[in-house]
Design a protein around this ligand. Structure first.
Ligand code: HEC
Length: 147
């Protein structure tokens, strides 16, 4: 009986102290609804005027974390629970769907990071269309240069 009890304890202890949980991966939220993740950006090419406008928005609202050039070196980057990704990295960005980028900007980082939400329900109150335009702007960071 005594033996049984201690082996039961051993199983319990091993179960509780099993392999350590891995640290959270450095990535955006992973709870994007499948239907949203599959969405294609409905806005077409940005006009020059749009590009200038969103460059300014990015500079004033996003650069403190994502860096002015999108590489992730903003002055608040080091404070983030997960580091802002390099938005100029085409391997990383081609892994992300338009819908995933849309949802992250719309809803913010959620539990994963302190990125604010910008969508209609947020204090920024951007329309969904404006969020999609920002997705199109963000995509420009990792556009193939053609060489
Ligand atoms: C307080 C810091 C902070 C601010 C401000 C911020 N972000 Fe983020 N953002 C993050 C972090 C941290 C992540 C998660 C890591 C990652 O994936 O880049 C993230 C993720 C993202 C992603 C997903 C990238 C990916 O890897 O899938 C996009 C797109 C994005 N941000 C765009 C923006 C835009 C556009 C703005 C401004 C309108 C903005 N962010 C403002 C911190 C911030």
């Amino acid at each position: 009986m005594k033996f049984l009890r201690s082996s039961a304890m051993a199983v319990l202890v091993v179960g509780l102290c099993g392999p350590a949980m891995p640290p959270p991966p450095a990535m955006a939220r992973d709870d994007v609804p499948a239907e949203v993740a599959a969405r294609r950006n409905p806005v077409g090419e940005l006009s020059d005027r749009d590009v200038r406008y969103f460059a300014k928005q990015f500079k004033t609202k996003c650069a403190r974390c994502h860096g002015p050039d999108g590489t992730g070196g903003g002055e608040e980057a080091a404070e983030q629970a997960v580091p802002p990704a390099d938005l100029t990295d085409s391997a990383h960005m081609s892994d992300r769907t338009d819908g995933q980028l849309f949802y992250q900007i719309l809803m913010g980082g959620g539990e994963r990071c302190a990125m604010p939400a910008y969508g209609p329900e947020s204090s920024h109150g951007w329309t969904e269309e404006k969020v999609w335009r920002m997705v199109a702007f963000v995509r420009r960071f990792a556009q193939p240069t053609g060489d």
